[in-house]
Design a protein around this ligand. Structure first.
Ligand code: D5M
Ligand code: FE
Ligand code: ZN
Length: 484
C-alpha cells in the first residue's frame, strides 16, 4: 500500500475518532481496498456526518480526477435559537462588510454614529451603517435611518444630487453601506454612498486547458410539469449520442455540472400541491432524480445543492440534502453534495489555482426583482431580471440583505449569506429562465429549469423558459446557452 493511501486511511480514521465514533473491524476491512479509501477520502472533503463515512458502500465506477474542493460547508448546530442569535448575526454581518468598506480611499475620517449625535460643528465624516428605515419627505428628498452599534441617526439624500439620489433609492433595509456626509444639527447630509462591492479586477482568470462547466438547475422531478423528454435530449447529448460533431466534442469536454437546487418538486411546498405531482412520494422523487443523474457520464463531477422545493429545512443556509432521502446520491463517486449557499473550487491543478464558485439557489431573488427600484424600472419583464438581481447581490456582498426576504437561521458566529470572498463564478437557479452576464470579472450564470410553466407562475405572470443550459468554457470564460 502506498504511503499516500496510508495517509488517507489515517485521516479517515482520525475523522471518525475525532467525532467520538468507534471504528469497528468491519470498517477496517472496508479500508483494505485502496479504491474505497480514495472514494471515502473524497467524501471526507465534504464534511460528512460520521455515519455517512461508516456506512459508505462502494459503487461501481471511479471518481473523476479530484478537482472539486468544497471551501465552505455549513453544519447545523442543534442549539436552541435565542434573540441574542439575531443580534449576533447582524453584528457579524456588520463586521464583515465594514471590513470591506473601511479599505476604500473615499472612506476618510471614519467615525461612529454616537459621536455625531449632538455634534455642533459642521464637518465631513464617513460612517459605516446599516439601513434601518427609508422614507420620502414631503419635499421628495429621501431620508434613511442609519445605525451602527453605537447609535442611530437620520441621513438625508437630497433630490438635487440626482445620481446619488438614484443610488439611494435602491437602498434596501438591513444592508450595510458606507456614507460620506456632512454633519448638521442632529442630521447627516449625504455626499456619497459606497457599497461593499467587488473590487475592479484587472485580469480575468482563465483555465490553461479547455474544459466546460454547465448549470442544470430546477429539475423538479416528480412534478406533472417535469419535462422528461427534454431531459432525455440533454442526456443523449451529454453522453455523446446526439448533436453535430462540434456539439458532441463539446459534450466530451464537460467536466462539471452544477445542480443548484430544486432537484425534485418536493411535497407540501404549497397548498394543493398533491394535484401537481406525478410522483407523490418524496423518496421516489429522489430515486427518480438519482436515476436520471446516474446517466450522466461518471467522468463528470456533479455538484448538488438544495433549493426551496428540496427536502429538509427551507431556512438558509440549507445543509446538504439529507442522506436519509438521497443515500444513493451520496454514494455516487462523482457526486458532491453541498449546502445552499455554498462555495467550491473547481478545476485546480498544479499550475492553476482553480475557479471559486459561489452557488446560491436564489430564493431571495423574487423579492429584489420587485423591491429594488432600478431593477423594477429596468423595462424588463419580471422573469428577465435575474442577472440584475445577481449583480445587485454582488455589489451588496450579500445574498439576501433585507431581513425575512429569505428564511434563515441565524448562526451566532457569522452571517453565511455575506459574500465574503469574491467568486469567479456566481451560479444560481430558481427563476426558471437562464441568464448570463458578468460584473467586474465575476461571471453571473443562472440556469433555467426542466419544468414547464406551472399554474402558479401563470397566475403571478412569470414566464418559465425550460431546457436552456448555460455552457461555460473555462478556458475562454465564454458562456453559451444550449437549447434542448
Ligand atoms: O420558483 C420558480 C419561479 O416561480 C420563481 O422564480 C418565480 C416563480 N415564483 C415562485 N414562487 C413565487 C412567488 N411567491 N411569487 C412570485 N413568483 C414566484 P420555484 O422555487 O421553482 O417554485
Ligand atoms: Fe424551482
Ligand atoms: Zn426554487
Amino acid at each position: 500500500m502506498s504511503i499516500e493511501i496510508d495517509q488517507k486511511k489515517k485521516e479517515i480514521v482520525g475523522f471518525l475518532v475525532g467525532r467520538g465514533v468507534l471504528v469497528n473491524a468491519e470498517f477496517f476491512e472496508k479500508l483494505s481496498d485502496p479504491e474505497t479509501v480514495e472514494k471515502i477520502y473524497v467524501k471526507l472533503g465534504q464534511n460528512p456526518e460520521p455515519e455517512q463515512i461508516l456506512e459508505f458502500k462502494k459503487e461501481g465506477g471511479k471518481a473523476p480526477e479530484a478537482k472539486v474542493k468544497v471551501l465552505w460547508e455549513y453544519k447545523t448546530e442543534y442549539n436552541k435559537r435565542k434573540v441574542q442569535d439575531f443580534v449576533n448575526y447582524f453584528n457579524a454581518r456588520y463586521k464583515l462588510l465594514e471590513k470591506m468598506l473601511v479599505q476604500r480611499p473615499e472612506m476618510q475620517n471614519i467615525t461612529s454614529i454616537a459621536r455625531l449625535i449632538n455634534k455642533q460643528d459642521k464637518e465631513t465624516v464617513s460612517i459605516v451603517a446599516m439601513i434601518t428605515e427609508k422614507r420620502m419627505t414631503k419635499n421628495e428628498n429621501l431620508i434613511v435611518t442609519v445605525e451602527d452599534n453605537t447609535g442611530q441617526m437620520n441621513a438625508v439624500f437630497s433630490k438635487n444630487k440626482q445620481e446619488l439620489f438614484n443610488q439611494a433609492k435602491d437602498l434596501v433595509l438591513d444592508e450595510v453601506v458606507g456614507i460620506v456626509c456632512s454633519t448638521g444639527d442632529n442630521i447627516l447630509f449625504a455626499n456619497s454612498l459606497l457599497f461593499p462591492d467587488i473590487p475592479l479586477q484587472t485580469e480575468l482568470k482563465k483555465s490553461p486547458d479547455e474544459a466546460y462547466a454547465i448549470v442544470l438547475s430546477d429539475l423538479h422531478v416528480g412534478s406533472i410539469w417535469f419535462e422528461g423528454e427534454r431531459f432525455e435530449r440533454f442526456l443523449k447529448w451529454i453522453n455523446g449520442e446526439a448533436g453535430n460533431d462540434e456539439q458532441k466534442e463539446l459534450a466530451s469536454k464537460v467536466k462539471y455540472i452544477f445542480v443548484p437546487g430544486d432537484l425534485v418538486d418536493g411535497i407540501g411546498i404549497y397548498q394543493g400541491m398533491e394535484q401537481h405531482l406525478d410522483i407523490p412520494d418524496i423518496y421516489k422523487q429522489y430515486e427518480e432524480g438519482t436515476k436520471l443523474l446516474k446517466r450522466i457520464p461518471q467522468h463528470i463531477w456533479i455538484i448538488i445543492s438544495p433549493g426551496n422545493h428540496d427536502v429538509g429545512r427551507m431556512a438558509e443556509p440549507q445543509p446538504a440534502l439529507s442522506p436519509d432521502y438521497t443515500k444513493e446520491l451520496w454514494e455516487m463517486p462523482n457526486v458532491i453534495m453541498t449546502c445552499n449557499p455554498s462555495f467550491v473550487n473547481i478545476h485546480a491543478s498544479e499550475d492553476f489555482p482553480g475557479f471559486n464558485v459561489l452557488v446560491y439557489h436564489g430564493y431571495s431573488y423574487d423579492y429584489y426583482a420587485e423591491a429594488v427600484e432600478s431593477i423594477k424600472a429596468s423595462g424588463r419583464h419580471l422573469s428577465e431580471r435575474v442577472d440584475l438581481v445577481m449583480k445587485f447581490m454582488l455589489q451588496r456582498r450579500h445574498l439576501a440583505p433585507s431581513h425575512a426576504t429569505t428564511l434563515y437561521i441565524p448562526d451566532a458566529k457569522t452571517d453565511p449569506l455575506v459574500i465574503e470572498t469574491v467568486p469567479d463564478f456566481f451560479i444560481s437557479g430558481h427563476v426558471h429562465k437562464a441568464a448570463v452576464s458578468s460584473y467586474r470579472g465575476v461571471s453571473i450564470v443562472c440556469g433555467s429549469c426542466w419544468q414547464g410553466q406551472t399554474e402558479f407562475q401563470d397566475k403571478v405572470g412569470h414566464i418559465a423558459d425550460p431546457g436552456k443550459v448555460p455552457i461555460i468554457n473555462l478556458k475562454t470564460r465564454q458562456i453559451k446557452l444550449m437549447r434542448f
